[in-house]
Design a protein around this ligand. Structure first.
Ligand SMILES: [Zn+2]
Length: 255
């Protein structure tokens, strides 16, 4: 049976997500930014939390694990590379592992860049990618402790997924990302349309998550670092894609 997925806001700009397997009743939270909105989403859906699946060790993604574990007895799955900082987990995963939520299954991909321990969960049968702080709608995570080349590899790997794959990111930075995207890629008609859609969604109290791989490939300046228009905007025509990506990411840091 197909997965059921619910997304909701946590903290100021984090996005919480629940994925539920209707066949078995299993339900996982993707990261645990804040206890109250996760409990509220569980109450509204009637789902019972069975696991928390962690993308990376940053506090705004893990700080509600302990209270949720105490309250529900759920199991916690975390990246192997965060083992030292996350003794609370019951299982640790690495590249090539499979995480199961009832009969749902996610491939674990190590996607370093934002941080060294970052993993991304790809529920292939449900075409759902939980990208944490790797890809955002119209943006990508800051490169904090890996190299730009590692982040670029992670992004290009995710961009190779099917166009209709849903991308669930860990934050709603859509409007700020869109402003930068328009500065970097001003002649992109698909981007202009998407930004208008984002503004409309914001006005209605919605946000553009999930996105899709196809939409991101058409409008996200970081996934488009190989396009001549993006190379031009950082005055690096003819440069390697990864160098253009780095220049774009550094520009965004100052933007
Ligand atoms: Zn983070």
């Amino acid at each position: 049976m197909p997965a059921e997925i619910r997304v909701f806001r946590c903290l100021s700009d984090n996005i919480g997500a629940l994925i539920h397997d209707p066949a078995t009743g299993a339900c996982a939270a993707l990261d645990a930014p804040e206890e109250a909105p996760i409990i509220k989403a569980l109450e509204e859906t009637g789902w019972t939390l069975s696991e928390i699946i962690v993308t990376h060790r940053h506090a705004d993604h893990v700080q509600a694990i302990e209270p949720l574990k105490r309250r529900t007895g759920c199991r916690v799955v975390a990246p192997e590379k965060a083992r030292g900082q996350m003794p609370v987990a019951d299982a640790y995963v690495r590249e090539g592992d499979t995480v199961r939520v009832g009969e749902l299954a996610a491939h674990v991909w190590e996607t370093p860049g934002h941080c060294a321990d970052h993993v991304t969960y790809w529920f292939a049968a449900d075409r759902a990618l939980f990208a944490g702080d790797t890809i955002f709608t119209l943006g990508c995570g800051r490169v904090m402790e890996s190299t730009h080349a590692q982040m670029w590899n992670s992004l290009t790997r995710l961009a190779a997924l099917p166009d209709d794959a849903s991308v669930y990111s860990g934050h709603d930075y859509v409007i700020a990302n869109g402003k930068f995207a328009l500065a970097a890629d001003p002649d992109n008609a698909a981007l202009k349309a998407r930004m208008a859609e984002a503004e409309k969604a914001k006005g209605e109290g919605r946000f553009l998550i999930p996105s899709t791989i196809g939409e991101e490939k058409a409008t996200n300046p970081f996934l488009r670092a190989g396009e001549p228009a993006l190379a031009r905007s950082v005055k690096m025509e003819g440069a390697e894609r990864v160098a253009v990506f780095q220049a774009l990411r550094e520009w965004k840091n100052r933007f």
